[in-house]
Design a protein around this ligand. Structure first.
Ligand SMILES: NC(=O)c1ccc[n+]([C@@H]2O[C@H](COP(=O)([O-])OP(=O)(O)OC[C@H]3O[C@@H](n4cnc5c(N)ncnc54)[C@H](O)[C@@H]3O)[C@@H](O)[C@H]2O)c1
Ligand SMILES: [Zn+2]
Length: 352
């Protein structure tokens, strides 16, 4: 199936996201595939059997979020120069969100911008990161603080690549799927509640629906001036969890799962979400093998950490909260005492 991206409101760019078996792809230009040893080990032969190009080179970068840096981008750029890419050449991102974000950013920079294509291989990148044209890298000041909105020419999502994905990485992707359902689509949430999440058909449906919803959001608001911020549901809390645990204990999606549980607790406190709805989300996340328990050791510190988030100016944290299942609301100006009361329920000395 094909989901169109149509950015008429902003850049007037249109391209397709194809969710299906990877088709044969032929390019009459030089192509560089950017990947890492893990993905290449499992799937590069399959990819190579599907691609023909005037010239084809592979650039393999080390695996891991720790390598999502300007230095790695510069290394990829150098490889592009070594392979004499010109302005008509093409980069292909073949991997998870780390590869996708960095390849897109490199494409935006090489000779002021060349084409790139996304072939995402993790669930998280198939349902989220490969859609919408956010590219970039991390630096010592935080995650994704350097980058560009730069749309690919096409995205090819083939669920077959997920067969080799470790279970934790799969679950982390499910967290982003649940995010879409809770924010935008009650029927989708009810569907997820009632299916085997590891079934092949279900996985296809999760991808299809999440991509459709994200495309619908991005088509309205490419540069996150409004509704696109709703995709950060669970992330305001989740980023603090990731930060407090030095980005080592939890995968991003795992932290987002915890973050959604916290956001839901705040929404319940504000009478925007029922306890039953919050319990249903928690149950679904746990069924996906996502841990939802996190002990906040110091509520004041946790609260202060909100302001490290690039999206939160002091005194005006915007919380993205569910307002009944399938609906969302961005709420700012919530009294610090209310937020801390909710956080306290996740604290070590919580009152039961
Ligand atoms: N651009 C966006 O809109 C957007 C949205 C969400 C997340 N992101 C970014 O995406 C990144 C996270 O992406 P991710 O979760 O895909 O992480 P990742 O790219 O690090 O991939 C996770 C792990 O899975 C491995 N892997 C990839 N495909 C595999 C496969 N088919 N089989 C086995 N192993 C495989 C990778 O090598 C890696 O070790 C973060 O940097 C985040 O900032 C971007
Ligand atoms: Zn996320």
């Amino acid at each position: 199936m094909i989901v169109p991206i149509e950015l008429q409101n902003t850049s007037n760019i249109c391209y397709d996201i194809t969710i299906d078996a990877l088709p044969k792809l032929t390019f009459d230009t030089s192509v560089v595939i950017v990947t890492n040893p893990t993905v290449a080990g499992f799937h590069l032969d399959t990819l190579l059997s599907k691609i023909s190009a005037t010239k084809l080179n592979i650039v393999s970068i080390p695996d891991g979020e720790g390598y999502k840096t300007l230095e790695t981008v510069e290394n990829i750029l150098n490889e592009c120069f070594e392979h004499k890419l010109d302005r008509k050449s093409l980069l292909i991102a073949f991997g998870g969100g780390v590869i996708g974000d960095m390849t897109g950013f490199t494409a935006s920079l090489y000779q002021r911008g060349i084409d790139f294509i996304q072939i995402p291989t993790t669930l998280l990148s198939q349902v989220d990161a490969s859609v919408g044209g956010k590219t970039g890298v991390n630096n010592k000041y935080g995650k994704n603080l350097i980058g560009a909105f730069y749309q690919p020419k096409a995205v090819y999502i083939d669920p077959i690549f997920l067969k080799t994905l470790p279970p934790r990485e799969f679950a982390a992707g499910v967290a982003e799927v649940v995010k879409m359902a809770v924010m935008f689509d009650k029927d989708f949430f009810n569907y997820l509640e009632n299916v085997d999440l590891s079934n092949e058909q279900t996985i296809k449906e999760m991808i299809r629906k999440s991509v459709e919803l994200k495309a619908w959001v991005v088509n309205q608001d490419e540069k996150e001036a409004g509704i696109r911020a709703v995709l950060n549901y669970g992330h305001t809390f989740g980023h603090v969890v990731e930060n407090e645990t030095n980005y080592t204990t939890y995968l991003h999606g795992e932290a987002v799962a915890i973050g959604m549980v916290m956001a839901n607790a705040l929404a319940v406190e504000l009478n925007m979400f029922t306890q039953n709805e919050a319990d249903a989300v928690k149950k679904l996340l746990e069924r996906a093998s996502l841990s939802t328990n996190y002990v906040i050791s110091n509520v004041d510190d946790f609260y202060e950490h909100f302001f490290l988030d690039k999206k939160s100016a002091k005194g005006s944290i915007k919380f993205i909260l569910p307002q009944s299942m399938g609906h969302h609301k961005i709420v700012s100006g919530i009294d610090e005492k209310i937020v801390k009361k909710v956080l306290n329920n996740f604290g070590e000395t919580q009152c039961v």
